[in-house]
Design a binder for this molecule. Structure first.
Ligand SMILES: [Zn+2]
Length: 156
């Protein structure tokens, strides 16, 4: 039995590399939870998710590096600016981190597709990757999600 089960190779989860300074939000925990609720196939081939303070060009919340199999989340830009009272709501920082991560997961899922507009595709799909992880808060978050979709998210 042991030998047989060893042969079935499940896609492995990406490694989470935490390199950001303290921001009052447990970003790593949010990322882990979102990954846990998504099918493994989505992140197959994705090697790492790096949590950094900010991006190399200081614009945008996150990046996807296809060749490296790497997603970078820029924690200062995503949640660093949020007042503590907003951070305490949990839902708002969760959605902020989640939508940035969901956007980049979509780039990874579609990495070999010829999309007309991959940025728009990622924007429209970002929420899809976050939603399963909400559990009993789904109705509340659905409402907030509708609100957020109307706000000018500008994730490159
Ligand atoms: Zn993008």
């Amino acid at each position: 039995m042991e030998a047989i089960s060893n042969k079935i190779k499940k896609p492995s989860s990406p490694v989470i590399i935490k390199q950001h300074t303290s921001c009052g939000v447990n970003v790593e925990k949010i990322v882990r939870r979102i990954l846990k609720y998504n099918p493994r196939e989505y992140v197959e081939g994705l090697k790492e998710i790096a949590l950094l303070d900010e991006g190399p060009n200081k614009r945008g919340f996150s990046s996807y590096w296809k060749e490296k199999g790497r997603i970078e989340l820029y924690v200062k830009d995503i949640v660093g600016w949020q007042p503590w009272i907003i951070k305490k709501t949990f839902v708002f920082p969760y959605l902020s981190v989640g939508l940035a991560l969901g956007h980049e997961i979509d780039h990874h899922v579609c990495r070999n597709q010829m999309l007309h507009d991959k940025e728009n595709h990622a924007e429209c799909n970002a929420y899809k990757y976050v939603y399963p992880s909400f559990g009993i808060f789904k109705p509340l978050v659905k409402l907030l999600g509708l609100f957020l979709q109307k706000s000018p998210w500008n994730i490159p």
